[in-house]
Design a protein around this ligand. Structure first.
Ligand code: DX5
Ligand code: ZN
Length: 232
């Protein structure tokens, strides 16, 4: 199984002190940053655009994973690539031209991600999964940080994992929404290898360092118990 990567979503970070927050997360050992772009159309909330990606790019050398929650994302691919995105993830519900959008990403040598809302079935990925570098399974309805993990997502992650193994084993399986130290182990066991964590990293209850350490601890425990099951 691929190594587990933890990504920090800056949605619930203190944006007034963004550089410090990024540094804290980096020191705590996150593997990538996840930036949620929302347009007030595809999702009810509005966040930020390429300028924010460019700003974060100047603050870190870690990969920047951009989650585009915008209608017709094909209009803005070049802008986000130029801003320094490492990965662009597109919702299958947001465009009628997913295939050509993925071709554009390949041409620019940026990592290509595809994702679906909780209600959207995996079968919609059939034609495009072979082109993807990562598949993101949403475990909340996109739009806001701090929501609860939808329990049914675990089964979807298992099925997505099986699909990836079958048609595109080099594709990463990412999960986003409601991930905490209390459930990350189960999500890992279901087959995910990239974990986006927002309020579980940036919150008022614990330091960023302690939060990331707790997430890593839970992942390690999942790995150990997974091995035990494997060897018995
Ligand atoms: C939700 C976003 C998530 C969000 C996750 O629409 O896509 O990336 O930041 O935040 P938590 O971990 O708080 O659910
Ligand atoms: Zn996201």
């Amino acid at each position: 199984m691929r190594p587990a990567q933890v990504g920090a979503s800056i949605l619930t970070a203190d944006l007034l002190h963004l550089a410090e927050q990024i540094e804290l997360a980096e020191t705590a050992g996150v593997d990538f940053f996840h930036l949620d772009v929302m347009d007030g159309m595809f999702v009810p909330n509005i966040t930020f655009g390429p300028v924010m990606i460019e700003t974060v790019r100047r603050a870190t050398t870690l990969p920047i994973d951009v989650h585009l929650m915008i209608e017709a994302p094909e209009r803005y691919l070049e802008a986000f690539i130029e801003a320094g995105a490492s990965t662009l993830t597109l919702h299958v519900e947001a465009t009628s031209h997913l295939h050509s959008a993925l071709q554009t990403l390949k041409r620019h040598e940026v990592r290509a991600g595809i994702t679906l809302n909780p209600a959207t079935p995996l079968v919609l990925l059939e034609e495009v999964l072979p082109m993807a570098d990562q598949l993101l399974v949403m475990s909340v309805n996109p739009g806001f940080g701090g929501q609860s993990f939808i329990p049914g997502a675990l089964n979807k992650i298992e099925r997505a994992h099986a699909m990836i193994e079958l048609v595109n084993p080099r594709c990463n399986l990412e999960v986003d929404g409601g991930i905490k130290a209390s459930n990350i182990g189960r999500i890992r066991s279901a087959g995910a290898d990239m974990f986006v964590v927002g309020s579980g990293v940036f919150n008022d209850e614990a330091t960023v360092n302690d939060s990331v350490a707790e997430l890593r601890g839970a992942l390690d425990r999942a790995a150990t118990s997974g091995n035990r099951v494997h060897h018995t």
